[in-house]
Ligand binder design. Structure first.
Ligand code: RET
Length: 280
């Protein structure tokens, strides 16, 4: 698998990684299923948003549309072997000394896709800039530290320390989603749809750290292809199902979105922006 020159392992070439992916039918299918779904989602979402005119509703639509756009690029990176590497696991790991297939491109592209999901949800909840900034920076930090956890090969303990840091940022994300935004959504009159999407998001997002911990990068209880399908299945719900439900609602309730206060206020009492708050 890994070429040796005078007993020294060489980095695998991209073509060799690609061949490994091709040889693992289950793994390869977990990528191509998402490329196909992302393609369908992009076309469907463009169609669903064709009559949206309000700038705020349009922003939700653009943010939501970016989710499958990032996804198709992300999965193409994985399917081509570009964003996959074989990393030798440190001692202490269940596969210590072995070269483990690591889909680091997933964590990298989550830093682009997950903020779009949160931006769309925050706009739906009619939140302010302070809370949007907090959740999005914590979310990016969660993805970057998750990337570091997967790519650290020097120490098993430090892999889990990165994981713990990532979970800490995740708690901030969960706090805003579960405590702050429901109050904002209540005031904005978007509670019903917000609460439904909040539950979908929280339940599915909790699956990601669980798969990381059980997969080859963590405790190595699950095989690489099963872990990849775990992420791919979560992605289908957290991205395409989520985006479909959100866009369907936005297209039918544009006026309610248009009436919300500006998202770019800071939350200071008289800083309500240009719109008029919902009167219910
Ligand atoms: C990692 C491992 C470290 C600990 C935590 C994680 C959380 C990841 C999450 C990812 C969500 C991804 C989505 C992608 C859609 O495009 C990085 C797995 C907490 C919550 C929704």
């Amino acid at each position: 698998m890994v070429a040796l020159v005078h007993g020294v392992p060489l980095e695998m070439t991209q073509a060799e990684v690609y061949q490994e992916v091709q040889d693992n039918v289950l793994l390869n299918a977990s990528f191509w299923a998402n490329i196909a779904l992302a393609g369908v989602a992009i076309l469907l979402f463009v169609y669903m948003g064709r009559n949206v005119t309000d700038p705020r509703a349009k922003l939700i639509w653009v943010a939501t549309l970016l989710v499958p756009l990032v996804s198709i690029a992300s999965y193409t990176g994985l399917a081509s072997g570009l964003t996959i590497s074989f990393f030798e696991m440190p001692s202490g790991h269940a596969l210590a000394g072995e070269e483990v297939l690591t889909m680091w491109g997933r964590y990298l592209t989550w830093t682009l896709s997950t903020p779009m999901i949160l931006l769309a949800l925050g706009l739906l909840a009619g939140t302010n800039l302070t809370k949007l900034f907090t959740i999005i920076t914590a979310d990016i930090a969660m993805c970057v530290t998750g990337l570091a956890a997967a790519m650290t090969t020097s120490s098993y303990g430090l892999r889990w320390f990165w994981y713990f840091l990532s979970c800490t940022f995740f708690i901030v994300v969960l706090y805003v989603l579960l405590v702050e935004w429901p109050k904002d959504a209540e005031a904005a009159g978007t509670s019903d749809i917000f609460n439904m999407l909040k539950i979908l998001t929280v339940v599915l997002w909790l699956g990601y750290p669980i798969f990381w911990a059980l997969g080859a990068e963590g405790l190595a209880i699950l095989d690489v292809a099963i872990t990849s399908w775990g992420y791919s299945a979560l992605d289908i719900g957290a991205k395409y199902v989520f985006a479909f439900l959100l866009l369907r609602w936005v297209a039918a309730n544009e006026a309610l979105i248009a009436r919300q206060p500006s998202a770019f206020g800071t939350g200071i009492v008289d800083d309500t922006g240009t719109g008029t708050p919902a009167d219910d």
